[in-house]
Design a protein around this ligand. Structure first.
Ligand SMILES: [Zn+2]
Length: 171
């Protein structure tokens, strides 16, 4: 395929002998939307709090904002989550959305909290991929200048006194 470059444009020859014109130009939008009933969660992050939800009827506890219970359908109330939890599962991302692309690869963890029925998805910083393991103790950190985004919170390994690194990896 022959490529012809011009300023801000490229013409690609197609197999049938035609030409496909591709142009580049700046594009910017301000995306305005309301967090509505999820506002409390993001305002909580700015105050260093992690908010989950608890069902008002059956008391199922969610590690995320949730308006209604997925088990019984009742409304939920806000509930402060512990700032320490353990890795339930994890993965390494080599690709991401535009906001995170420059930071790839990064590690995503599902964090489980004691007494909470569902985990919270977040990023794990300050950890080498080979050092992450299921059951690893992690603690929440909050961005000092909040952007009111889910990236206002991330996790880092939490010290586990008396446990050596090679013992942790075997678990
Ligand atoms: Zn319920």
């Amino acid at each position: 395929m022959k490529e012809i470059k011009r300023s801000g444009a490229a013409i690609f020859s197609s197999k049938d002998g035609g030409e496909n014109l591709v142009i580049a130009y700046p594009y910017k939008i301000d995306y305005i939307h309301s967090y509505a009933e999820d506002s409390e969660f993001f305002l909580g992050l700015a105050k260093g709090k992690l908010l989950g939800s608890a069902c008002k009827k059956c008391n199922l506890k969610y590690g995320t904002p949730r308006g209604h219970c997925m088990r019984c359908g009742e409304e939920t109330r806000w509930m402060e989550l512990p700032l320490e939890g353990r890795v339930h599962s994890w993965t390494t991302c080599y690709f991401g959305s535009e906001e995170f692309l420059k930071e790839t690869p990064f590690n995503l963890v599902l964090v489980e909290f004691q007494g909470v029925n569902t985990p919270f998805l977040s990023r794990l910083a300050n950890a080498k991929t080979q050092d992450i393991y299921i059951g690893m103790k992690v603690k929440a950190q909050f961005r000092k200048n909040p952007k009111y985004s889910v990236s206002d919170v991330y996790f880092v390994p939490a010290p586990e006194p008396g446990r050596l690194a090679h013992e942790q990896r075997r678990r």
